[in-house]
Ligand binder design. Structure first.
Ligand SMILES: O=P(O)(O)O[C@H]1O[C@H](CO)[C@@H](O)[C@H]1O
Ligand SMILES: Nc1nc2[nH]cnc2c(=O)[nH]1
Length: 315
């Protein structure tokens, strides 16, 4: 570690009274955001809204309008929640919205946190722990992603059946640090992370609404730079169907906390696999996600309605 980083780390540990072993950013965040601190954040929110959500929806880039569908909505800006992070990315507003959607009590996260913003993985996934403490049973993760698999097209919806995260494979895991069993277990199996029951329900909605969907593997890269051609080829050859910079770590923390996960990507562009391919551009990505969001919104509404009639799937 260089001298400046060592100094910053030392002063951080001193400020939060952390022992020297907590040198890893994930461990520092997890030691700071204790169960009690998360509980007091959740209690502050509960006192404000007096509403128990069953489902949390995380809106991806350009997909924040999902939050505007909620009935009797109550908004809490992230800035109103002490020690909650702030969004910094275009297309991510920064509100928690509480209300009913298709008769289901939900909380919608209008804007997420990404590791490339400088937040540790543990901080990016703090909201998932708060959702658990608010009483949620299911989390619906959405994102904008670049298509790798050439059978996907811009505007397609891809239901995520599995993920491969390059940061998570290399010891950037939000669960690193001393474990608090009240959140979840030390070791977490994630081979069935994306609930088959929930995916089946979502596929039924797709058939009934006649909105075709694909199913595939979401790949996470660190970002904020997009992929080189070599990166894209590597990711494709490794089994990723699309690529983005979020979602996988959120899904892991959800599973750790005992929440069921449904996740979907909107394919907003094709990841470059040739040197002449189009450059990914975030403002275009946000525009395309917003323009194509209607189908995803209809699917989510119909999914929530079915979930309400199949509450056993929440157990
Ligand atoms: O995953 P969401 O939040 O939708 O955002 C995606 O869009 C951004 C890149 O344009 C990255 O942040 C990527 O992860
Ligand atoms: N190519 C590419 N497109 C995206 N669209 C949204 N996120 C991404 C990404 O990480 N890469």
């Amino acid at each position: 570690m260089d001298e400046t980083a060592e100094k910053v780390s030392q002063s951080f540990m001193k400020e939060f009274n952390l022992p020297r072993e907590f040198i890893n950013h994930e461990a520092i965040t997890n030691a700071y955001y204790t169960y009690e601190k998360c509980e007091s954040m959740a209690n502050m929110i509960k006192n404000r809204v007096n509403f128990e959500p069953k489902v949390a929806i995380v809106c991806g880039s350009g997909l924040g309008d999902i939050g505007n569908l909620l009935e009797n909505a109550v908004f809490i800006a992230y800035s109103e929640i002490p020690e909650f992070p702030r969004t910094t990315v275009l297309g991510h507003k920064g509100n928690l919205i509480f209300g009913n959607l298709s008769g289901m009590p939900v909380v919608c996260m209008q804007g997420r946190f990404h590791p490339f913003e400088g937040y540790s993985m543990a901080l990016c996934t703090l909201p998932i722990k708060i959702f658990k403490l608010l009483g949620c049973k299911v989390v619906v993760l959405t994102n904008a992603a670049g298509g790798l698999n050439r059978s996907l097209n811009v505007g397609d919806i891809m239901l995520i059946k599995d993920h491969m995260s390059l940061p998570l494979l290399s010891l950037k895991n939000p669960l690193i640090g001393v474990n608090d069993d009240r959140f979840g277990p030390r070791f977490v199996p994630i081979n069935k992370l994306y609930s088959k029951n929930l995916r089946d329900l979502f596929k039924e909605c797709s058939k009934e609404l006649n909105i075709p969907i694909n199913e595939g593997v979401y790949g996470t890269i660190g970002g904020p730079s997009y992929e080189t051609v070599a990166d894209s080829k590597f990711c494709l050859a490794s089994g990723m169907d699309c690529v983005g910079m979020s979602t996988s770590h959120e899904a892991i923390v959800a599973a750790y906390c005992g929440l069921k996960v449904l996740a979907c990507s909107i394919i907003t562009d094709m990841a470059p696999i040739d040197y002449d391919d189009h450059d990914p551009d975030h403002s275009e990505i946000v525009k395309i996600a917003a323009a194509k969001a209607k189908h995803l919104e209809r699917l989510i509404c119909s999914f929530l309605k079915k979930l309400k009639d199949n509450l056993n799937l929440l157990d």
